[in-house]
Ligand binder design. Structure first.
Ligand code: SF4
Ligand code: SF4
Ligand code: SF4
Length: 635
């Protein structure tokens, strides 16, 4: 275990101190200012302005180029949706393969935030100190593989729904739903604060890039092959100014001495080192890539943690990531990575406070001669609050996960469950158990969570419906819809409308279904239900019109076809009814459950003749309706 003094020293460029570094937070004496940093700041400001202009253009015109954001590549790889983000990311990786990480250094808005935070901290006398870990540096690459490669591998190897190896490509270069794949503004702001500011304060100026960013994982790999690198001439006298100015924590002087070039894949080609070199010894030039260099000068790196702390840190990082990822349906993967990196740092610092006599953080002495100082107690309080929040999120995430797993084990088709109110008697014993377990976990997540998770709330609503609590289910679906994005909101409103129809609260059902259709005009299930609301309200012509419209969109709709046939038969339009009935019979699956469902829906609307036909067909085919006893009453 290192001493407290070592603790402080390990977070700085120890070799540079001996090379004339000034007082903490200041550059080495006589070091010239970088001329490129202003240019880079201007370019990064321009990048941010262009992003804002992109959003404004979309808000004003309603359509725009899809987000130029690497994460969009996931949709290309999984669904074949070619979008601007994929094209940008592919070009950026190709550019990095030749030129190194210029895209990172000169084109990334998160890097701009990190630089801005670093600049602000320096203004108040705090120089972000690099946290150096041997294990956590692999996080970006692992995260990149998990984000971009694993979904495809899982789909190919472990899913029953295997598709073609190369998906069918579709054009998504222009979109009217620009924000669809982004978190809400309420999440985006903490995301930027955590990934742009907290990571810098705790982990160093490139904290997020080094320990969290999945794109950096790929850029770092590509950089190793890039022939364009920072190289050195014989004029270098090892003054160390280059290392002192580097905000990517590259040991420039050591690397150029050992390899005549910068080999660290963390170099973002900001060019500051070239600009500050007093002997003009550095230049940007083509030559051998860094992959040809067998080893990096790790001997001169002072790691911030011991090996046992590395292992503890890796465990904490993984636990924190699992706890935070998607908790409340709010925390995106990148934000969870940034938070996990901060949690790991804080935990290790607390560990140091417990184990060593002297601990420093920036210019603060947290513990001195075995006594925790005022700054130390403040640090402990803040860290405990953060870690406690993290642990609470983990507990909620556990309930969300366990509840969702139970929910997914329930196999009863939605159409069957919605055929009549209180479908409990149709559930198998295993499904009944899953309903109980799912309700318990999702209720706990809802009761003790700090935020509403609309996705788990809608699952809880469905479990409530299956257990016979239809009124409560309606309430929960209404709550969930308030927090959901358009696609999910449309579904919640549809289910709400369907259950209200079963409860014969048709006016409310009609409103809910109209809202669902205003979110998703193509939601044919909502159209079917809307027809039922109108029919039950006695607005038969309108109901027939709605069902006819749905059938015109898709003639293979078995339920709608049967409803339309039953309706036309009821109003005496027998010839048309016969045509639609024949068409519906061809589309109806030869499945007992499906016929039970049709029979109940038709029966509920008073279309008893057609209902009898399907009851009869269901009995002939057998199935779960016979044994449960739930169907007997109607016949
Ligand atoms: S590593 Fe990620 S966050 Fe950092 S500059 Fe590159 S793309 Fe941006
Ligand atoms: S490359 Fe330039 S700045 Fe860096 S150690 Fe050599 S002389 Fe100093
Ligand atoms: S090594 Fe030089 S170019 Fe690379 S990030 Fe550091 S200062 Fe910038």
């Amino acid at each position: 275990m290192k001493t407290g003094c070592q603790d402080r020293r390990s977070q700085s460029h120890g070799t540079i101190r001996s090379l004339g570094t000034g007082p903490s937070g200041s550059p080495p004496i006589g070091m010239r200012k970088s001329k490129t940093s202003r240019w880079r700041a201007a370019v990064l400001i321009l990048v941010n302005l262009l992003m804002v202009a992109h959003i404004f253009q979309w808000r004003i015109t309603g359509r725009t180029v899809s987000p130029i954001e690497p994460s969009e590549t996931m949709y290309t790889l999984q669904n074949g949706a070619i979008n601007a983000g994929f094209i940008f990311f592919a070009l950026a990786i190709l550019a990095t393969l030749i030129l190194g990480r210029f895209v990172c250094g000169w084109g990334c808005h998160i890097l701009a935030l990190q630089d801005f935070c670093g600049w602000m901290l320096k203004k108040i006398g705090i120089k972000p100190q690099p946290f150096r870990s041997r294990l956590l540096v692999y996080v970006p690459l692992i995260a990149a593989l998990y984000m971009f490669v694993w979904p495809t591998v899982r789909q190919r190897l472990f899913s029953s729904e295997t598709g073609p190896l190369i998906p069918k490509f579709t054009n998504h270069l222009v979109t009217s739903n620009f924000w669809e794949t982004f978190p809400s503004v309420g999440v985006a702001i903490p995301f930027l604060i955590i990934c742009g500011f907290l990571t810098v304060y705790f982990l160093g100026q490139k904290g997020f890039c080094t320990y969290a960013c999945p794109y950096g994982g790929f850029f770092g790999l590509a950089d190793k092959l890039a022939p364009l690198r920072i190289r050195v001439t014989d004029a270098c006298n090892q003054c160390g100014h280059c290392t002192a100015t580097c905000t990517s924590n590259v040991l420039v002087h050591a690397e150029v001495k050992a390899h005549q070039m910068v080999v660290d894949a963390g170099c973002m080609k900001c060019m500051d080192c070239i600009s500050v070199c007093p002997n003009d010894a550095l230049y940007l030039g083509f030559g051998k890539p860094s992959i040809t260099v067998p080893t990096s000068p790790t001997a001169s790196i002072h790691y911030s943690v011991t090996w046992s702390e590395e292992i503890l840190g890796a465990v904490v990082f993984l636990g924190s990531l699992l706890a935070l990822r998607d908790v409340y349906g709010l925390v995106p993967f990148l934000m969870a990575l940034g938070c996990a990196a901060v949690t790991t740092f804080l935990t290790l610092k607390i560990w140091r406070l417990l184990k060593t006599n002297d601990v420093f953080f920036h210019r603060f002495a947290l513990k001195s001669n075995g006594r925790i100082q005022t700054a130390g107690w403040a640090f402990v309080l803040c860290a405990a609050a953060w870690i406690g929040l993290n642990a609470h999120s983990g507990w909620i995430r556990y309930h969300e996960f366990a509840g969702t797993r139970a929910f997914q084990k329930i196999r009863i088709p939605d159409e069957l469950a919605l055929a009549k109110i209180s479908p409990t008697s149709w559930l198998s014993p295993v499904e009944k158990q899953c309903v109980l377990v799912g309700e318990r976990h999702l209720q706990a997540a809802s009761d003790y969570g700090l935020f509403t998770n609309p996705n788990t709330l809608s699952k809880l609503a469905w479990l409530e419906y299956l257990s016979g609590a239809a009124e409560r289910s309606v309430r929960l679906l209404g709550q969930a819809a308030q927090f959901q994005k358009a696609q999910a909101r449309a579904l919640s409103l549809y289910y709400r409308g369907a259950i209200l129809n079963r409860l014969h609260r048709c006016q409310e059902a009609s409103v809910s279904l109209d809202q669902a259709l205003s979110e998703r005009e193509d939601l044919i299930l909502a159209r079917e239900e809307k027809g039922e609301s109108l029919w039950l309200l006695g607005r038969k012509d309108e109901a027939i019109e709605v069902w006819t419209g749905a059938i015109e969109r898709n003639s293979r709709l078995a339920l709608t076809g049967n409803l339309l046939a039953g309706a036309l038969r009821s109003v005496g339009r027998l010839e048309e009814a016969a045509t639609y009935e024949k068409q519906a019979d061809e589309a109806t699956p030869n499945d007992a459950l499906y016929h039970w469902m049709l029979a109940w829906r038709l029966n509920d609307l008073g279309m008893s003749a057609l209902a009898r036909k399907h009851f009869q067909r269901a009995r002939e085919l057998g199935g779960r309706g016979d044994s449960s006893g739930g169907f007997g009453d109607s016949r």
